[in-house]
Write a protein that binds this ligand. Structure first.
Ligand code: COA
Length: 170
């Protein structure tokens, strides 16, 4: 998969992405906003496992966000099953030096459209922590609508947190 956007691209992972993914992912300002599966510190071993795992997935659901074809972030979706097989959850992160350029807003829009088209979905949703204003803004810019607050639905670093439920439906 390869989608060219204004100032970035979203493409399939390559084994040569391990170093730049690790370098950009190894950041507490990123990991603190992610699920616990996204470690800190983020080691080369973590990067290698993740890139290889993503390359092995069929269908492909994890992609690199690239600037000048260098992988500096990640975006992916989890396809749900059974009666929720028309739904998927999207997640994303970007290396801190690249924040504020509109990159992830564009990437979320493009990958949402890709997921809907490729998998016949009716809904893509995301659940940022309620305090994560940057992520909420990304979702709004990508056309997602706030459906509500999932009160006290998650625990991160020992703190119970609210999550916002955003969805894009067709
Ligand atoms: C959240 C994140 C993905 C945003 O990526 P990005 O490429 O910088 O996002 P964009 O530039 O497309 O848009 C960010 C928007 O949020 C706004 N924003 C950023 N931080 C903000 C804050 N603290 N409060 C309010 N708005 C904020 C920006 O101003 C921008 O909106 P604008 O274009 O209207 O000015 C990136 O900061 C990141 O990787 N954060 C850590 C991981 C994370 O939070 N992942 C999401 C988990 S749900």
């Amino acid at each position: 998969m390869n989608i060219e956007l204004n100032n970035c691209s979203v493409r399939s992972y390559r084994i040569t992405d391990v170093e730049s993914i690790t370098l950009n992912a190894n950041n507490r300002n990123i990991s603190k906003n992610m699920r616990d599966g996204f470690p800190y510190p983020y080691t080369l071993e973590n990067g290698k496992w993740f890139v290889e795992h993503s390359m092995s997935l069929n269908p492909e659901t994890n992609f690199a966000i690239c600037v000048d074809d260098v992988a500096v972030g990640g975006i992916g979706f989890v396809l749900h099953s059974d009666i929720e097989r028309v739904s998927a959850e999207i997640g994303y992160w970007l290396g801190e030096p690249y924040w504020g350029r509109g990159i992830v807003s564009q990437a979320v829009k493009a990958v949402t459209e890709y997921a809907i088209k490729t998998h016949g979905l009716t809904r893509v949703f995301a659940v940022p922590f309620a305090y994560n204003r940057g992520s909420a803004r990304v979702l709004e810019k990508a056309g997602f609508v706030l459906e509500g607050t999932m009160r006290r639905s998650a625990i991160k670093d020992g703190q119970v947190l609210d999550q916002l439920l955003y969805a894009y439906v067709v």
